[in-house]
Design a protein around this ligand. Structure first.
Ligand code: G3P
Length: 217
């Protein structure tokens, strides 16, 4: 499973990249607004922090303007992945962009039929929003299950990019189902390493080592 950071905070991305665990980054207009930075400038900086795909989202609602925006965004760096919404105009844009080899992430996916359309449009990634389903009393993991089944039934190469992930259990469930990628807030990626028994065990080893009076270095 690939791990993407769902943030436009470059300090957090840099820190994660240094762990060697980061495979890419996703942003959206809300995350760009939260960063308080210029969209193109921050996207360029993020693209320099990872070799993996960096999703940058168009904001137009119509196909023609989406194409013009995508043209600007893909010139920022070779690893820009154009993010488009799961609408007919977004899917049309996805088809056109993927025809010439541009990476595309189709976002705001909330149903398996939408995911089927995104795969037919040649999407590189499709982003089912797990947490927002959960917020509305629906188990978002059923969507990931349906997508895995459908994509495997037809051999679609579109990668399932589990998004709107809120906690470590979401990551575990998505990994068990076979989502290709999970995009997470940095704090969720870090939380995957936490275990109370790891901490307790480490405290015990450290205390016992001190009793030996030895040093490795
Ligand atoms: O980047 C898209 C997605 O991950 C947003 O998550 O937490 O705003 O629902 P959230």
């Amino acid at each position: 499973m690939k791990f993407f950071a769902d943030t436009a905070d470059t300090a957090e991305i840099r820190e994660l990249a240094e762990t060697g665990l980061l495979d890419g980054v996703t942003t959206n207009p809300s995350l760009i607004a939260k960063s308080g930075r210029d969209f193109k400038e921050v996207t360029k900086e993020i693209c320099g922090l990872t070799d993996g795909p960096v999703s940058a989202e168009v904001v137009a609602l119509d196909h023609e303007t989406m194409m013009r925006e995508a043209e600007v965004l893909r010139k920022i760096a070779d690893n820009v992945c154009i993010k488009v919404p799961l609408t007919i105009d977004g899917l049309k844009t996805c088809s056109k962009l993927t025809d010439d080899g541009t990476m595309v992430n189709v976002t705001l996916c909330f149903s398996a039929n939408q995911a089927l359309l995104a795969a037919k449009a040649g999407a590189t990634f499709v982003s089912p929003f797990i947490g927002r389903h959960d917020d509305n009393g629906i188990d978002g993991m059923h969507l990931i299950e349906d997508m895995r089944l459908i994509y495997d039934n037809y051999g679609f190469e579109t990668q399932i990019l589990a998004a709107s992930i809120r906690h470590a259990t979401h990551v575990l469930q998505a990994a068990k189902i076979g989502a290709d990628v999970a995009t997470m807030p940095p704090k969720v990626i870090k939380a995957l390493a936490d275990h109370v028994l790891t901490q307790k065990g480490l405290e015990g080893f450290t205390a016992d080592w001190a009793k030996t009076g030895q040093s490795i270095l």
